[in-house]
Structure formats: structure tokens, C-alpha cells
Design a binder for this molecule. Structure first.
Ligand code: ADP
Length: 268
């Protein structure tokens, strides 16, 4: 009889512990939601004054308030660069909060050809290559590669990877987007390789963290918010995929996105 009482008591303790844990989880989830709400409200509120600041700076640059002295022009340039940086940070935070929020509209997934995503993303980064000596190429399968996805999101992810590759590769370098299919695993791989500055080995595990920027790019004064890869990762997660990175400092970096193939497209 003592054993039975003890078992009952233990079960009760276990139930209480589980209840406490559930309450703690609910509480943390509510806090996380409140944080997302806060971040998106603040980012949104920051955008209006920043847009107005940038507009006024442009008017000053256009001579609306008279001819500027060289020293004034220089200062206006600094103000403009930093205001634009703040605006892209606010925009990136807003994007990230909207992708990560549990109440965000679920990405509308439908079968699409990954090759089309690559072509659209390459077209959208052409502008970044205009004053650069970089070779951008793509290596795509001859057959369509169908995944369940939302084109705008996947293009955004790939464009982020490509603009990083462009930003962190010196003139004379090469950037290649490759798509390959593993029918057995029912997955496809989408990778962007560059011959750029690379990421220091002891920092690589941090690249997907918000605001992270590696020491070599900070030393080179290359601009950025450190939010681009967090956005890529949340898009990939929304597509039930994975993202991975390999890098050789001084030689180059490869980011690889793996996505499940659309159901029912196995050819065998
Ligand atoms: P941002 O590019 O705005 O700094 P990201 O989140 O896109 O922010 O990238 C975070 C950091 O990861 C970059 O600052 C850089 O240190 C490193 N990184 C990303 N892509 C590359 C790349 N292709 N080559 C070298 N470093 C990279």
C-alpha cells in the first residue's frame, strides 16, 4: 500500500512539474510575441522620419537651398549614407519580424521551378555589378527543378546571398549559383559560391545571428546591417529547408540552401 501511495504522489509531482513547465513556455511565448510586436512597431515608426530626412538631404544635394561648399557636401554625404543605413536596418528588422512572427501570414507555397528563381535573382543583382569586374554565372540542370515555394520569398533569399557574394568579393573574382537535384533524398541544393574574402573559422558559427558581422569585413569597412542572413534563414525555414555555409578565409565562401522537392515530382 505504501508503494501505491508513493507512486501516486510521484505521478502528482510529475503532473505539477509538467503544468509549471507549460506555464513557463506559454509565458516565454507571449514575451517573444510582445518582443516581435515591439520590434516591428519601432521599425515601422522609424521609417517615416528617416524617409523624410533622406528626402530633405536629397533636396539639399540638388541645390534647393543654394550651392553647397565642398566641406558641406562632404558632411551631407556622411549624413545621407548613415540615414540610408538606418533605413535599411529598420526595413530589415521589419521584414525579419514579419517572417518570424507566429501570426504572420503563412507563406503561400506552390510548385515552382528553382531555375526561374535563380534567373530572376541574377537579373535583380545586375545593377550591383555595373561598376565591378566580377564574373557571375549559373550552373542549372536542363530539367525543371520543382519545389513548393513562394517565388518572391525565395528570390529575396537568393538575392541576399548574391548581394553578399558581390559585396565580399574583390574585383577579378567569380560568383556562381549552382542548382543540383538529389532525387533519392527528394531534395534539391541551391548554392552560391564566391572567390571572396571568406569568413574567419572561429566566427563562422555566428553568421546567421542577427546583427553579426565578421571581424574581417568590419576591418574593411564594408557596409551592412548584419540582418541579411537572418532573413535568408527564416525564409528557408518557412520552406522546410536548411542552410549551410563553408568558407576558406581569403579564398571564398559557399552558402548552400537545401529544399524538399515538390511532392509528386519524382520521375522514377
Ligand atoms: P550584412 O551583409 O548586412 O553585414 P548578413 O547577415 O548578410 O549581413 O551577413 C553577416 C556577415 O556574414 C557579414 O557581415 C559577413 O561578415 C559575413 N558574410 C556573409 N556572406 C559572406 C560572403 N559571401 N563572404 C564573406 N563573408 C560573408
Amino acid at each position: 500500500a505504501r508503494d501505491v501511495t508513493e507512486t501516486r504522489r510521484n505521478q502528482e509531482l510529475l503532473r505539477e512539474a509538467l503544468q509549471r513547465e507549460q506555464l513557463a513556455v506559454d509565458h516565454l511565448r507571449a514575451l517573444d510575441d510582445a518582443k516581435d510586436d515591439f520590434v516591428s512597431t519601432v521599425s515601422h515608426e522609424l521609417r517615416t522620419p528617416l524617409t523624410s530626412i533622406i528626402g530633405s538631404i536629397e533636396l539639399l544635394e540638388d541645390g534647393m537651398a543654394g550651392e553647397l561648399l565642398p566641406a558641406q557636401k562632404q558632411m551631407i554625404d556622411v549624413i545621407e549614407r548613415n540615414a540610408e543605413r538606418l533605413l535599411s536596418m529598420a526595413n530589415d528588422l521589419l521584414t525579419l519580424a514579419s517572417y518570424e512572427s507566429p501570426s504572420a501570414p503563412v507563406t503561400h507555397l506552390e510548385p515552382l521551378d528553382v531555375r526561374t528563381v535563380v534567373q530572376a535573382s541574377h537579373a535583380s543583382v545586375i545593377g550591383l555589378l555595373s561598376s565591378r569586374d566580377l564574373k557571375l554565372s549559373e550552373d542549372l540542370p536542363a530539367e525543371p527543378v520543382l519545389v513548393d515555394g513562394e517565388a518572391a520569398y525565395l528570390e529575396r533569399a537568393l538575392t541576399n546571398l548574391l548581394s553578399n557574394a558581390i559585396k565580399f568579393t574583390r574585383d577579378g573574382g567569380e560568383i556562381t549559383t549552382t542548382v543540383s537535384v538529389d532525387r533519392d533524398a527528394e531534395r534539391c541544393r541551391l548554392s552560391v559560391s564566391d572567390t571572396g574574402v571568406g569568413i574567419p573559422e572561429d566566427e563562422i558559427q555566428n553568421v546567421f545571428q542577427r546583427f553579426f558581422r565578421s571581424s574581417n569585413v568590419r576591418a574593411d569597412a564594408i557596409q551592412g546591417t548584419g540582418l541579411g542572413l537572418s532573413i535568408v534563414r527564416s525564409i528557408v525555414e518557412r520552406h522546410h529547408g536548411d542552410i549551410d555555409v563553408h568558407s576558406n578565409p581569403g579564398q571564398g565562401t559557399t552558402f548552400t540552401i537545401t529544399l524538399p522537392l515538390a511532392s509528386g515530382v519524382r520521375t522514377d
